[in-house]
Ligand binder design. Structure first.
Ligand SMILES: Nc1ncnc2c1ncn2[C@@H]1O[C@H](COP(=O)(O)OP(=O)(O)OP(=O)(O)O)[C@@H](O)[C@H]1O
Length: 755
């Protein structure tokens, strides 16, 4: 119910005016202080004495810092003024007599006496707005659990500094703000949802930072959105421990990164590193020029390249195996062998004197420096040996001198004086030569000795392993089929011959490099957020954790959308057990916000027919819309004509984004050509584009993952969706991209699920 005639209406109008005028006052105050600071800087420059200017420098530094910081604050307050808050809660802390009103917005603003004007949505008490029901409630504050009574939850729509409307939320009312927000149209970018975060989402945002977090969320449940809000929350809550740069968002592709790009500055987290697994690996492996990534396994499996089912099974097996913890163990065994081969066969000696014994070097290698990659251990041992050789040199020389002194003395005391003299001279020469050899040798002996340590680089080692069936067999834990080993090795040889890698090679390569060489790039990320995590393999996740040396992971994914399930994880429990030693918090998001009840019901029917993931189906937020249209044809030209008409109609409607989804890239090309004959020319997206402008596009089903469009048109001309798990998931993903309308245009019998 709209509340413009609410008894509090005038009071709310007044409150908004008071808030805005306080914001103006705050901005003015800061501007005055800034002028003062600027004056102080100017003055300090004028009296700057270049010989003794420490005081002036301090003045300049302190004031410059203040100017920087305060400009940022003023900008934030100015930006917030057009809509200073979006909700209010009235809460009586049990320790107080009276309830207090808290207005919640995108920033905190306090009066000089610490009285809150606006409370940041990330502050502990704001949790009550997202999770609390009217009545007895509690929230976690910095000082512990606070209990009390929540007597009001009110939502506001404030635009351009004007109060448009407000609603009170109680147990029975629907969330008006949420409904209004979901009715909106999808432009090409994700938006922030701070005013409508739901209770289950709030729990994900505020989940304990010190434990890894795994979130299973159905399509459209807000995983991507919530992941970004979680970063904003963590930066706010742990501002002393983290900067935005310490966060890394790993997304499925570049198009997706563009899709989330708008919301990052709104949430103040644009400095977080945004990358894909492939880009991150290429950055650390430094192999851009030498090798290219070949990743068309899914399309190979989908498109009809004349492969038999058993050939397709082998391709799937290869991907599964290379992403498995068994393969990780195989690599571990191989690294152990490299380590053993590097162990010294003997100690290092100079002129018969020991510089370092074999045991001592082995201990340094296997124990003292065991925390370092193998080649870095060698470098440390080399340094240690050089220092030792330098120290020993003078001791050895001294000991040679005293040894020969005695010998020479004895020679001189010989009865045969002539012979004695000759012997003494010979001994002196021998001594001098020995000393010269020690002096010379001490410089060279270390590099000569360390030459025995072969430092073949990580790529050479990996290629060697993959190309040699006997090595694969030797290091594989448990039994592995001879035929499969040969197949693995044969495919690797073909790839390497063409200077190519496949996606599944990246984790082992990164892992081997981390163990042998380490990285030249400094890794700042201590918190990792992986979206679409269901597409990762255990080995990929393990490698990320190993390389980044942190357990601060937030994984968000949906097993029902696991279109790469042949190569990736099958359930979250295994991830928790293998990667996080069972320490992870597991949360689930079931409510879906993107699409209408009608579209979600149809999408759920597809899953029910073929997917058995034990994942609960999505529950759409109650928002009704047009029933999905299933248009079936027997002739392609008839289909294309109707499709063209629908696209034209949608383009002239209010919808910003329209996706024409083909199952595969080949199908997309066919759709494009057919539409061109109808004088509709649309771009085909692959997922690797750096940006997507709103409008109509043709896109293959697997590249739509994570994205959303106002309307989705699923088109089947030649390809089929058969009743198998992969096709069901592809169809499910495609259907759930639509926010408002879904159309299916298919040739009779091409979509078995709809027969
Ligand atoms: N609490 C909310 N209030 C308003 N809109 C929401 C809320 N939660 C999610 N949405 C909207 O729902 C849509 C889906 O969100 P998002 O893309 O983050 O979901 P997802 O779980 O990552 O989806 P998928 O797995 O299907 O890609 C977005 O338009 C987002 O703005």
């Amino acid at each position: 119910m709209s509340e413009l005639n609410h008894p509090d209406y005038n009071e709310e109008l007044d409150h908004l005016e008071r808030t805005k005028s306080y914001m103006d006052h705050f901005i003015n105050e800061i501007s005055n202080k800034q002028q003062h600071s600027a004056g102080q800087i100017k003055e300090a420059y004028e009296i700057l004495d270049f010989l003794d200017s420490s005081q002036s420098y301090i003045t300049i530094l302190v004031n410059a810092r203040y100017l920087d910081h305060s400009t940022e604050t003023v900008d934030k307050v100015k930006r917030a003024k057009s809509s200073p808050y979006f909700s209010r809660i009235d809460f009586r802390d049990h320790r107080d007599e009276e309830p207090k009103s808290y207005y919640i917005g995108k920033l905190s603003l306090f009066k000089e006496d610490n009285e809150p004007v606006i409370i940041d949505w990330r502050s502990p008490i704001a949790s009550l707005y997202y999770e609390g029901r009217l009545g007895e409630v509690s929230y976690k504050a910095y000082e512990g659990e606070i209990t009390g009574e929540l007597s009001l939850k009110r939502q506001y729509t404030i635009e351009n500094e004007e109060l448009q409307d407000f609603f009170d939320v109680d147990i029975t009312t629907t969330d008006e703000l949420l409904q209004a927000s979901l009715r909106g149209s999808a432009d090409n970018k994700l938006k922030d949802i701070v005013s409508t975060i739901q209770a289950e989402q709030n729990q994900v945002i505020r989940a304990d930072l010190n434990k890894p977090l795994i979130v299973q969320g159905t399509a459209g449940s807000g995983k991507t959105t919530i992941a970004l809000h979680r970063i904003a929350y963590l930066i706010y809550t742990y501002e002393k421990s983290f900067n935005p740069e310490n966060f890394m968002i790993i997304a499925p592709n570049k198009l997706f990164l563009d899709y989330i790009s708008n919301v990052l500055p709104d949430l103040g987290v644009e400095e977080a590193k945004q990358t894909t697994f492939t880009s991150f690996c290429f950055e650390l492996l430094e192999i851009k020029e030498q090798l290219t990534l070949q990743d068309y396994k899914l399309s190979t499996l989908l498109e009809n390249y004349g492969l038999t089912n058993s050939e397709k099974d082998l391709i799937k097996w290869r991907a599964t195996f290379k992403g498995s913890m068994t393969f990780k163990k195989l690599i571990d065994n191989y690294i152990c062998q490299i380590e053993q081969d590097l162990l010294p066969k003997e100690g290092i000696e100079l002129e018969g004197y020991s510089i370092m014994s074999k045991d001592e070097i082995t201990t340094a290698f296997m124990k003292d420096y065991s925390y370092l990659p193998l080649f870095q251990r060698i470098d440390h041992i080399k340094k240690k040996l050089s220092t030792r050789a330098k120290q020993q040199k003078s001791l050895i020389i001294q000991s040679i001198q005293s040894e020969y002194e005695q010998k020479i003395d004895q020679a001189r005391k010989s009865e045969n004086q002539e012979l004695g003299r000759k012997n003494a001279v010979a001994l002196m020469e021998e001594r001098d030569q020995k000393i010269a050899r020690v002096k010379q040798g001490a410089g060279k002996i270390v590099s000569k000795y360390t030459k025995q340590f072969s430092k073949k680089n990580y790529l050479t080692h990996y290629k060697n392993l993959m190309k040699t069936p006997s090595l694969l067999k030797k290091f594989c834990p448990g039994n592995i089929d001879e035929e499969k080993v040969n197949y693995l090795s044969k495919t690797a040889k073909t790839l390497f011959k063409h200077k190519q890698l496949e996606l599944e090679d990246l984790a082992p390569l990164l892992y081997i490099k981390a163990n042998l060489e380490g990285f030249s790039t400094e890794i700042e990320s201590t918190n990792v957020i992986i979206d679409e995590a269901q597409d990762f393999s255990l080995f990929q996740l393990h490698t990320l954790k190993y390389v980044l040396n942190t357990k601060n992971f937030t994984l968000l994914g949906d097993l029902s959308q696991g279109i790469h399930a042949y190569r990736s994880i099958k359930d979250w429990e295994t991830v928790n057990n293998h990667i996080f030693d069972k320490e992870a918090t597991s949360l689930s998001l079931q409510q879906s916000y993107r699409t209408t009840v009608e579209i979600m019901n149809l999408a759920n029917q597809i899953l029910e027919q073929s997917v058995n993931d034990n994942v609960p189906l999505a529950r759409p937020v109650v928002r009704h819309g047009k029933k999905p249209e299933n248009n079936v044809y027997t002739q392609i030209p008839d289909l294309i004509q109707d499709l063209a008409e629908t696209i034209t109609k949608l383009q002239s409607s209010n919808y910003n984004s329209i996706a024409i989804i083909g199952k595969t890239m080949n199908e997309c090309e066919t759709i494009k050509q057919n539409l061109q004959q109808q004088r509709i020319d649309l771009p085909v997206l692959t997922g690797s584009e750096e940006d997507y402008q709103a409008g109509a596009v043709i896109i293959p089903s697997y590249a739509t993952k994570g994205l959303e469009f106002d309307t989705a048109l699923i088109v089947n001309l030649e390809e089929e969706y058969q009743k198998n798990e992969l096709d069901a998931k592809l169809l499910y993903v495609s259907m759930t991209r639509a926010m408002h309308e879904l159309y299916i245009f298919n040739i009779l019998g091409k979509i078995e699920f709809l027969n």
